[in-house]
Design a protein around this ligand. Structure first.
Ligand code: AMP
Length: 209
């Protein structure tokens, strides 16, 4: 199954993608995680990408399309994959079409902006493996370290309130039009993000049936 998760930053795409990935045994691919890794290791792409991520803007299409092309060519994508955070613009979705990737289902997770800004203040991330947590809704076992790899959790630089507002504006302007794009293809399902992660997960699996 080839699945896309759409939604504003902080809507819960990453969390749901991790759960579906475990259940269906297909990789969850987060362009945000790949970009953060490149920034952390200081690659040429990372240095370029940081100019955009630090203000809440999108990294240029040609860079992210290149990242995805390379990633989807890997062996573990043969039986399907989940895209978390890609595509984020209509040209990126058109590029997927040109690659011959036929998407089976697009799940749009909807959460109001006001709730997003509240949620983001409690978000914690693992700088080593990219897993995400929330101090109230999804705490790690000991509250300070990643359950998966043990690294100390951090607040992402772009989860600061002023950058979150800019990321939300970017989402509404550039990413939301993708709902119409995939609705027209007949593959869009909407999930209303719930207070409890498990409730959103149940609705997500319903949408994937
Ligand atoms: P995320 O972790 O998905 O919220 O992504 C973090 C940041 O990485 C975004 O705010 C963008 O600057 C950049 N990014 C991630 N995915 C994309 C994409 N598909 N297109 C452009 N920029 C992206």
């Amino acid at each position: 199954m080839k699945i896309i998760f759409l939604g504003a930053p902080g809507a819960g795409k990453g969390t749901q993608a991790e759960r579906v990935s475990a259940a269906l045994e297909i990789p969850a691919i987060s362009t945000g995680n790949i970009i953060r890794e490149a920034i952390a290791t200081g690659t040429e792409m990372g240095v370029e990408a940081k100019k955009y991520t630090s203000t809440g803007a999108l990294v240029p299409d040609e860079i992210v399309i290149g990242i995805i092309k390379e990633r989807l060519a890997k062996d573990d994508c043969k039986n399907g994959f989940i895209l978390d955070g890609f595509p984020r613009t209509v040209p990126q979705a058109e590029a997927l079409d040109r690659m011959g990737v036929a998407i089976d289902r697009v799940v749009s997770i909807e959460v109001e902006d006001e709730r997003i800004t509240k949620r983001m203040s409690g978000r914690r991330s693992c700088p080593a493996c990219g897993a995400t947590y929330h101090v109230d809704y999804k705490p790690s076992k000991n509250g300070t370290n990643c359950d998966v790899c043990g690294a100390e959790l951090v607040i992402r630089a772009d989860d600061k309130p002023e950058v979150v507002l800019s990321r939300l504006a970017t989402y509404h302007e550039q990413t939301e039009p993708l709902k119409d794009f995939y609705e027209a293809k007949g593959v869009l399902k909407t999930v209303i993000g719930q207070e409890e992660v498990a409730d959103t997960t149940a609705l997500t699996f319903e949408a994937l049936k």
